[in-house]
Every structure is written in C-alpha cells, then in structure tokens.
Design a protein around this ligand. Structure first.
Ligand code: CUA
Length: 316
C-alpha cells in the first residue's frame, strides 16, 4: 500500500511484513495514547477551569479501581508488545537450517562479498529470490553495519569477530544496501546494491564468474602455501590436530575447556593459536596474525568447513 510512497522502503523479504506489522502497531498504540492524553488535557483544562476568583476544587480521595485500571492496562499492553517483539527478534536471529552462505568483509568504504562458488563482488551483491541467505560478516578496520531496508535487516559488522544476519528475498529487483554505523569520513558513501534474481538468472550469473574456483579451493591452496598441511595432516601423523570432519564438533582444549568448532573458533585458532591448543597437542603453532587478510581467513574457514570426515583413519 506504500509502494508509491518513496519514504517507505519496499517489502522484499519474508521478514518485512512481520516487522512492519509490529512497527505500525507501535505507532498506532503510541498515537492513540498521545491523542487521548493531549485531548483530555485540553478537555479538562476547559471543563475544570477556574470560573470565579474564589472557586476551589473539591478534594480528591483517590479511586482504587481507577488506579488498578491505569496500572493494569499499560502493563498488559507493554507485555503484549514485548512478547510480539521478542517473537519477531527470535525469528530474525535464527536462520533456517539450509541457507545460502555468503561472506562479507566491510572496509572503509566498501562492501566486499565472497560467494562460496568463488565469485567476488564489491558494493553489489547478487542473490536468488526465494532462498534463505545467510551473511557471515566481519570488518577489516572499524565497526560498520549491514543494512538493507527492503529486507528489514540490519546488523553490526565488527572487526575481529563474525556476526551474521539472514533474509529470504521475495521479489526480484535491485535494493539499496547501506552502512548504518558511522565509520568515518565518507561513511555515507559506503553504499551498495543487492540484486535479487530469478533462480535461473542467478545460475547464469554464477556460471559467468569465478575463474579462480570455489572459496574452499582458494582456501585449500592457501592452506598449502602457508604450509599448514605440514602439521595438519589427514593421516593423524602430523604435529597438529586432524582437521577433516572437525568443523561443527566439540573439542577439548588443554585448559579443559570445551569449544564448538565454528567460524569464530577457526579464526581464533589461526590468529591466536596459543588460546586454542587442543588437548594432547603442543603449543607449537605460530600465529598468522598480520600474515593473512580477512578474506584469506574466510577462505581458510571455508576450507576447514569443507573437510569432511574420512571414512577411516589411514595408516601408513
Ligand atoms: Cu561503514 Cu559507515
């Protein structure tokens, strides 16, 4: 209904309708009470004005019923808004199981996107319509914020950490992408476009690029170039843990602490290996801090993710 109204962003994701319904309900409730209170102030000011200089109002002794009512109703309304808001937030923060994952690196002042098939984009992101897409995001410098109004998604992009956000586009088109966190001069220029395509067009687009192969294969090459493979060997004969089948598992560290192997864990293991020594191994791994870029880290993470458990332990 607001499509012709340019101040209101288009609704182009499965979440947009839910967010808007909550937004309009909040506006409606606030508007109703603002008008009610402002109106009553005017009405009472006129009705109970001092008509003669000697007039004194009758003393008021309170009303329990009235007090219970004006405490109870706002309480119920605010609890209703809370539960509703929490359910929307919950849905937004839990991506479906099967998502198309895309890595994002924010940088003063550009958005870099990395598809798993190997395509890389800057300030433009191509996604298929009707599929849940999960963005796994990090920053190369300062805090940025990934904001696509038409999808009603917004999430901070932090240096040294992975954050994620998901959306499912519902109609093809081109949508604005903004940085919604002030990140220095030209923050306002850190903008881009999300191009939502029909699945067939998307396939065509995918097959058009990626001369370097998939992200995992880039990671595999890097893994060899950095000589990671001299210690992390699939045959369990290396000086480091076997990485095959590791992603998603729980590991026990030397400190006795247990950690789930996720993107953040792999990243930490590469940058500060001493913090994540697995039980039974020596702290001999050097740090790769400053030696690998955020994008190379993502490729390594994706490579580790792609390593499936071996059918059996090979022996020599
Ligand atoms: Cu990046 Cu503002």
């Amino acid at each position: 209904m607001f499509s012709g109204f340019s101040l209101f962003p288009e609704r182009a994701s499965t979440m947009a309708g839910r967010v808007d319904a909550l937004y309009f309900a909040l506006i409606g409730i606030s508007g109703f009470f603002s008008l009610l209170i402002a109106g009553l102030i005017v009405v009472f000011a006129i009705k109970f004005r001092r008509r003669t200089p000697a007039a004194i109002g009758a003393p008021i002794h309170g009303s329990t019923l009235l007090e219970v009512a004006w405490t109870g109703f706002p309480f119920l309304i605010s609890m209703g808004v809370f539960v509703w808001g929490a359910s929307v937030l919950f849905a937004m923060s839990r991506p479906p199981d099967e998502t198309l994952n895309i890595y994002v690196v924010g940088k003063q002042r550009m958005w870099k996107f990395q598809h798993l098939d190997g395509q890389r984009e800057i300030n433009e992101l191509h996604v298929p319509v009707g599929r849940p897409v999960k963005m796994i995001m990090t920053s190369e410098d300062v805090i940025h914020d990934f904001f696509v109004p038409a999808f009603r998604v917004k999430a901070d992009v932090l240096p040294g950490r992975y954050t994620s956000v998901w959306f499912q586009p519902t109609k093809p088109g081109r949508y604005h992408l903004f940085c919604a966190e002030y990140c220095g001069t030209r923050h306002s220029g850190m903008i881009g476009e999300v191009v939502v395509m029909d699945p067939s067009d998307y396939q065509t687009w995918l097959s058009g690029g990626a001369p370097e192969g998939s992200l995992a294969s880039t990671g595999a090459k890097l893994f060899a170039d950095l000589a990671c493979n001299t210690c992390h060997r699939p045959d369990a004969q290396g000086r480091g843990p076997v990485l095959e089948g590791l992603f998603g598992n729980t590991v026990t560290l030397q400190s006795g602490e247990t950690r789930v192997v996720d993107e953040a864990y792999v990243r930490e293991s590469i940058l500060t290996p001493s913090a994540t020594i697995a039980a039974g191994f020596q702290p001999i791994m050097p740090t790769f801090q400053g030696l690998v870029t955020e994008e190379q880290l993502l490729a390594l993470v994706e490579y580790v993710k792609s390593l499936k458990a071996l059918p059996q332990v090979q022996t020599r």
